[in-house]
Design a protein around this ligand. Structure first.
Ligand code: ARG
Length: 584
C-alpha cells in the first residue's frame, strides 16, 4: 500500500498536470475541522500563471480523480483544495493496514546495495560523544534501510592503524602482555594516557616506539601478534557496548583502517595513472576541482606524505573504491560528524574524478552535529573528561529504574529491571534520534527521561498503556488486528467521532513517515510522526471510551483502532532500535 499522502498526490497529479505539467500538488495534513488533507499547490501555480487562485483550484478539483477515496473535494475561495476522505475508503484502508504484517510500509521498488559506515571507534581509545551519535543514528538507518528491502552492508571503519600503535604496543610490552590493568577493565583512555605519558617521558621509549612503527609496517610477526592483542581487547570491549546498547554491529562488520593497507599503493598508482597526482612540497596530492582555501588557492587532498606514509584520506579513498568496486554499492553512507564534511567532500570528488564511483551511484556524508551539555558547551563529565559511552548507558538505566519505580511501584522486580533497561537505553537513543541530526544536540538527562514530551519513555508508555487496555479486556491485540477485515467489512469501523477519524488517518501515515525518514536519512522525522501518533491516540482515548463503549460493535471498532496504534508505535520504535515493553 502506498503512503496516504503519496496516494492522494498521485491521484491529483493528472489534474495539476492538466494546468501545468509537473506542478506539485503540495499535499499536507489539514487542521481544519472536517478536512483531512489539503493541497496547497494551486496557489503558487496561479501566481506563476497570473490567474486567480480560486479559479485554478476549481479547475483542478473538476479534473481530479478522487471519487472513491474522498467524500468531499472542495476548492476554497483562497485557492486551497480541501480533501475529506470517504469513511468506507478510510475503514477499508485501515483494515488493510491492520492485516498487513508491514502495517502499510512499502518496500523499495528497486532494492539497492547500501554500505553504511558507522560507529568507527578507535582502538585503545574510549568511544566519545561523537561515537555515541554515529552508533545510534547509523544503527537506526541500517534498520530502516533493511526493513525497506535494501541490501545493507554494515562497515565499522575502526581506527586500528597509524603511527600511534608504535607507542601503544611498546606500552603493552612494558605493562605486561597478559593485558594491562586498564585494558582488562575497559579503561581504554587510561591505557592511552599511560602510553602517552611513557612516550613523553623517555627518549628511550620514543626510540623504541619509532622502531616498533617500522616493524609494524613491515609486518614483523611478533609485532603483529601484539597489535592483534591490542585490537582484539578493544574490539571485545566495543562489542560488549554494542550488545548492551542493542545495536546490530557484529565483530564481522569490522572493516578497519588496517584492512585497506595493501590497497593504498594501488590507490596512489591509479591516481597517478589518471593524471590526477601533483607533487607539492614533497607530498603527493590531488587538487579536486572546485576546492579552494580562504585565499582562493586550490586545496590539496594529501594522499602520500613526504616520508612515503599514507594517511586518513588515502584510507578513505581506498574504502570508497572498495565499496563501489568490490562490494558493488549503489550508495555508501558515511555516518560521521559534521566537522569532517570537507574531508568527505574532497574524498568523494577525488573518487569521482578517478572514476571509482560509477555514474548514478552515490556516496553520502550523513553528517551530524555535536553533543552539548546543558551548558551548551561540548558534552563532558563534571571533571571535564570526555564521557564514556559505557558509563552513559549505565547511568541511563539507573535513572530509568528510579523513574519506572516512581511511575509504577507495582511492577515485579524482575520485570522492572528489564523495563528499566529498555527505557534507559531507549531514552538515550531517542534523545539523539529525535533531534534533526544536522543540528547540535543538548544532552539532558531530565528531559530525555521525562514521561512527557517527545521522549522514548512517553512513547513507550503510550504503547504500554494501549497494551493494558487489551489485558484488561482479556484480549490479544494481535488477534484483534487479524480480525480487522471482518470489522471493517461489516461496516463496523466507526469513524463518527473526529478523534476516531484522526487516529485512523494517523496510523495510515506510517508509510509516508518512514519514506520521508529514509529520503533524507533523518530519523527525527519518524520520531515526530510517532510522537504525533501517540498524542492523537491520547486525544482519542480521552474522548472515546473503548472498553466502556456501550455498543459491542463500537467497542470492537475502537479496539481495532487502538491495536493499530499500538502496533505502529511498536514497529516504529523497533525501526529506531528501541524496545516497546508491554507493561511499564
Ligand atoms: N575513526 C574515526 C573517528 O573516530 C571515524 C571514521 C569514520 N569513517 C570513515 N570512513 N572515515 O573520528
Amino acid at each position: 500500500m502506498a503512503g496516504l499522502l503519496a496516494l492522494l498526490a498521485a491521484r491529483l497529479q493528472p489534474a495539476f498536470d492538466g494546468v501545468a505539467p509537473g506542478a506539485d500538488p503540495v499535499l499536507r495534513p489539514s487542521s481544519q475541522a472536517g478536512v483531512d488533507f489539503q493541497a496547497n499547490g494551486a496557489l503558487p501555480l496561479a501566481k506563476r500563471l497570473g490567474r486567480p487562485a480560486a479559479e485554478v483550484a476549481a479547475e483542478i478539483v473538476a479534473g481530479g480523480d478522487l471519487g472513491d477515496v474522498c467524500a468531499k473535494v472542495e476548492a476554497s475561495a483562497k485557492g486551497f483544495i480541501n480533501l475529506t476522505l470517504a469513511d468506507e475508503w478510510l475503514a477499508g484502508t485501515v483494515a488493510a493496514l491492520a492485516a498487513d504484517p508491514r502495517l502499510g510500509r512499502s518496500t523499495a521498488g528497486r532494492p539497492l546495495t547500501v554500505v553504511v559506515d558507522y560507529s568507527a571507534p578507535n582502538v585503545a581509545k574510549e568511544m566519545h560523544a561523537g561515537h555515541v551519535r554515529t552508533t545510534i543514528i547509523g544503527d537506526a538507518l541500517c534498520r530502516l534501510l533493511g526493513d525497506a528491502g535494501h541490501r545493507v552492508i554494515r562497515e565499522n571503519h575502526v581506527g586500528d592503524w597509524g603511527t600511534q600503535f608504535g607507542m601503544l604496543i611498546e606500552y603493552l610490552v612494558d605493562a605486561g602482555e597478559a593485558g594491562s590493568e586498564e585494558l582488562s577493565v575497559g579503561d581504554l583512555d587510561g591505557f592511552y594516557r599511560q602510553a602517552r605519558a611513557a612516550f613523553d617521558g623517555s627518549e628511550e621509549f620514543r626510540e623504541r616506539s619509532r622502531r616498533r612503527v617500522v616493524a609494524l609496517q613491515s609486518g614483523d610477526p611478533e609485532t603483529m601478534r601484539l597489535w592483534h592483542q591490542l585490537v582484539d581487547q578493544s574490539m571485545e570491549y566495543f562489542a560488549a557496548v554494542y550488545r548492551r546498547l542493542g545495536v546490530l554491529l557484529q565483530p564481522e562488520d569490522v572493516v578497519g583502517e588496517s584492512f585497506y593497507n595493501d590497497l593504498l599503493p594501488g590507490v596512489v598508482a591509479d591516481l597517478e595513472a589518471k593524471g590526477l597526482l601533483v607533487e607539492s612540497e614533497g607530498a603527493r596530492c590531488v587538487f579536486p576541482a572546485g576546492f579552494t582555501n580562504r585565499d582562493g588557492d586550490p586545496l590539496p587532498l594529501i594522499v602520500q606524505k613526504s616520508d612515503g606514509g599514507y594517511n586518513y584520506a588515502t584510507t578513505d579513498l581506498a574504502a570508497l573504491r572498495d565499496r563501489f568496486g568490490r562490494l558493488g554499492a549503489d550508495r555508501a553512507l558515511y555516518v560521521v560528524g559534521a566537522p569532517q564534511a570537507l574531508h568527505f567532500e574532497m574524498v568523494f570528488a577525488v573518487g569521482r574524478a578517478a572514476g571509482w564511483v560509477p555514474a548514478g551511484k552515490e556516496p553520502v556524508h550523513v553528517a551530524f552535529g555535536s553533543m552539548l551539555g546543558t551548558d551548551r558547551k561540548m558534552f563532558r563529565t563534571r571533571a571535564g573528561d570526555t564521557v564514556k559511552l559505557a558509563e552513559l548507558v549505565d547511568e541511563a538505566v539507573q535513572r530509568a529504574a528510579s523513574a519506572v519505580a516512581a511511575k509504577n511501584p507495582e511492577l515485579p522486580a524482575d520485570e522492572a529491571r528489564l523495563v528499566a533497561e529498555d527505557v534507559g537505553i531507549g531514552a538515550l537513543k531517542y534523545a539523539d534520534l529525535s533531534t534533526d541530526r544536522t543540528r547540535d544536540y543538548v544532552f539532558d538527562w531530565d528531559r530525555m527521561l521525562a514521561f512527557e514530551g517527545n521522549t522514548a519513555p512517553y512513547l513507550q508508555y503510550a504503547h504500554a498503556r494501549i497494551r493494558s487496555i487489551f489485558r484488561r479486556a482479556g484480549r490479544d491485540a494481535d488477534r484483534v488486528l487479524a480480525s480487522a477485515g471482518a470489522v471493517a467489512a461489516g461496516g463496523a469501523l466507526s469513524l463518527a467521532e473526529p478523534e476516531e477519524r484522526a487516529l485512523a488517518v494517523a496510523v495510515l501515515g506510517f508509510d509516508t513517515a518512514v519514506a520521508a525518514t529514509l529520503e533524507s536519512y533523518s530519523p527525527h522525522k519518524l520520531c515526530s510522526y510517532l510522537f504525533d501518533l501517540a498524542g492523537t491516540f491520547t486525544a482519542f482515548y480521552e474522548r472515546c471510551p473503548v472498553l466502556r463503549a456501550d455498543d459491542p460493535a463500537l467497542r470492537e471498532s475502537r479496539l481495532l483502532l487502538s491495536a493499530c496504534a499500538a502496533a505502529v508505535l511498536e514497529a516504529g520504535l523497533g525501526l529506531l532500535g528501541i524496545a516497546a515493553p508491554a507493561r511499564m
